[in-house]
Design a protein around this ligand. Structure first.
Ligand code: GLU
Length: 421
């Protein structure tokens, strides 16, 4: 895609301004009719090549949809980060990375991409690693493993997803390359089941039917730290959500992942069914659908839509957003105290590591000159865990001044230093 034209937003449609923004991005993508439908099984060639849709779900639980956002297609490789997350939730990071690396392999989806020394697949988001992930899910049979995977995908999407039986039959009938990958990992000792059981679960997982709206909600669940913003259900823990989106950041777009990170800058995963999920941590998830694929297996128009959105709205996750607001709203001296005045620091807003660093660096020199430094958190809305621990311990570390009064006191009427931020 050439460099984007400067974008002049029009007055938004107030019925759904976000939908209007998505409509406009669909208009940019529509003329991109290059690429081809996936054809490794006949079922995928039956998709309507013109289908084009997108949806955005916010972490607050609103969903905005444009175009063919309710048209269904098979999830294919977009299932991989979610099953990786389910494996992490079930077995923990240490156990999972005994079986699979977390390195971008820079190779196509069906590559024989195994670590030379261990036989461990390098990348959980292309087939070899993904089949190993499916094998780790609890269950003795493919059906048992898939029942758990299916329930997990449903929880991510906040609805019951169907299995496309004819796609499954074809995947199963033509999946010898995937079986070969499974046998290679089985012989290396990294597969968690037999190759037949693993691929049986994996073929079903790829054949789950979704639409762009489902993908947006699934991605929003990751963006929301693992709690589904539509159903309110905690699907996975915050650590698992972070590990999963880390891998999407480095490995999500097959062998175009580095290019994607530079140009779009959102954790994402694409599938040969034509879907892409992308998310902005703490903000929203997006799902796009258009089935014509480029040579690497990524949806041509999906890439155009997400790149356009990212460029227009400055969504790159590493975009420089300027220094955060200082958390120190006001410093007051109270000189009525004998032997040295008190300093009251009124803090505000959200305080994470950089804010805590500023407060501590600027105010620490005031501790010890006789008065008490009062840190007032009454107007602070959120404190990160590490920052909260630093502040909570401060009165004890500072101890008592010569007058027997504490050198530091913390005023925290809302308990922002106690809750989990
Ligand atoms: N079912 C496909 C396969 O395993 C999924 C490929 C993809 O979406 O990358 O070959």
């Amino acid at each position: 895609m050439a460099d984007a034209e400067p974008y002049e937003p029009t007055i938004p449609d107030l019925r759904d301004p976000i939908r209007a923004a998505l409509d406009s991005v669909l208009d940019v993508a529509r003329p991109h009719t290059d690429g081809a439908l996936a054809s490794y099984i006949p079922e995928l060639t039956r998709a309507d090549p013109e289908a084009l849709g997108a949806a955005l779900a916010s972490v607050r639980g609103s969903v905005h949809e444009s175009g063919d956002s309710e048209t269904t297609f098979t999830i294919q490789s977009v299932s991989k980060p979610f099953v990786f997350a389910l494996a992490l939730e079930q077995s923990g990071l240490a156990e999972v990375i005994r079986h699979v690396g977390v390195e971008p392999s820079g190779e196509p989806f069906n590559a024989i991409s195994l670590e030379p020394a261990t036989g461990r697949p390098l990348n959980p988001l292309i087939n070899a690693g993904a089949i190993v992930m499916s094998s780790l899910i609890t269950g003795d049979t493919a059906a048992e493993k898939f029942a758990i995977i299916h329930a997990g995908l449903n929880a991510f999407a906040a609805r019951e997803l169907d299995l496309d039986e004819s796609v499954f039959e074809s995947e199963h009938a033509t999946g010898d390359r995937n079986r070969a990958l499974a046998y290679l990992t089985q012989s290396a000792g990294t597969l968690g089941s037999t190759a037949e059981v693993a691929t049986g679960a994996y073929f079903r997982q790829c054949s789950v039917s979704v639409n762009a709206r489902d993908l947006a909600i699934m991605a929003a669940t990751l963006a929301n730290g693992g709690r589904n913003p539509i159903s309110g259900e905690r699907v996975i823990g915050e650590d698992v959500a972070r590990w999963t989106t880390s891998v999407m950041t480095s490995c999500g777009m097959y062998d175009a992942s580095g290019d994607w990170l530079v140009h779009v800058g959102l954790p994402a995963k694409s599938g040969v069914g034509g879907g892409i999920v992308a998310m902005q941590p703490e903000e929203f998830g997006i799902g796009t659908f258009s089935p014509r694929l480029d040579a690497r297996g990524n949806s041509v128009r999906g890439i155009v839509m997400l790149r356009t959105l990212s460029e227009r709205y400055g969504l790159h996750m590493l975009q420089h957003r300027g220094a955060p607001h200082s958390p120190i709203a006001q410093l007051e001296r109270d000189d009525r105290v004998e032997g040295g005045g008190d300093t009251i620091a009124r803090l505000r807003g959200e305080v994470f590591f950089a804010g805590a660093e500023e407060v501590l660096t600027r105010l620490a020199p005031l501790v010890g000159d006789g008065g008490c430094l009062v840190l007032d958190f009454s107007n602070v809305t959120r404190v990160g865990d590490a920052a909260a621990a630093l502040f909570r311990g401060l009165p004890d570390v500072a101890g008592l001044g010569p007058d027997g009064r504490p050198r530091v006191a913390v005023l925290d009427p809302e308990g922002v230093l106690v809750g989990d931020a």
